[in-house]
Write a protein that binds this ligand. Sequence first.
Ligand SMILES: Cc1cc2nc3c(=O)[nH]c(=O)nc-3n(C[C@H](O)[C@H](O)[C@H](O)COP(=O)(O)O)c2cc1C
Length: 255
Amino acid sequence: MKNAQHDEMIHLLRNHRSIREFQQKRIPPDLINTVLTAGQAASSSSHGQSYTIINVTDDEKKRLLADYAGKQTHIRDCSNFLVFCADLYRLEQIASLNGVNLKEVIESTEMLLISTIDAALAAQNVAIAAESLQLGIVYIGGIRNNPEQVSELLELPYRVYPVFGMCVGYPQPDKVPDSKPRLPLAVVCHENSYSPFEDVYPEIQEYDEEMRDYYANRSHGSRTATWSGAMLDKRKVPRRMFMKHFLNQRGFSLR
Ligand SMILES: Cc1cc2nc3c(=O)[nH]c(=O)nc-3n(C[C@H](O)[C@H](O)[C@H](O)COP(=O)(O)O)c2cc1C
């Protein structure tokens, strides 16, 4: 039976929007720990928990990370900048202490996927927990613009790489954006087998118009792109082509 608590949870999830303007107010350590332990409750592959979260509270480090991520000032302004890392170092250390050689396994592409997925699932739990406490979040893939500098700054060991960051803080109440419409469910969820593109394309076209209105509203008329147009624009230039090399250098996906 669905009750008021379920409605509240669904409302919270559907009410998500990224926050990029934060109050200059620190989240008390107890509260951030509550959020982080909720993150830890996420499922992980074989219960391996192959991730590490670096909770960056140091102002100078946040300032540097903001620069590395392409001058994203919300990193500097948020209370806690969480860097979610895929971590195979811990497992390798345990293996070595136990005289087990896991090199071949740890260097597999499958372990890259496992550790990256574990980090992402923990992050999304953190996001929901934070939002349930009226905190705001925004994911920051921008830290992969300069992944080497980020790894050095955070002293990440070999077999650990930064997947993305997340700003967490108290939102500026007058700077909370409208939530962004999503693709119609039928476009992203198909029943029993993959739906032909022709069947879903009309719904994408309708969504394009909805997003055109959304962007126009948000930009006070200066942005007229559709969703398809915005995506093509964003993806037409290859980005971060150094990632394969970077991951290999960190000891990921070598086989
Ligand atoms: C992995 C990931 C990386 C992201 N990186 C950035 C980023 O570097 N900077 C930023 O401002 N937003 C970033 N975002 C936020 C997305 O732009 C945002 O989630 C998307 O536009 C949908 O908007 P919403 O979260 O407000 O619903 C990222 C989101 C994800 C999931």
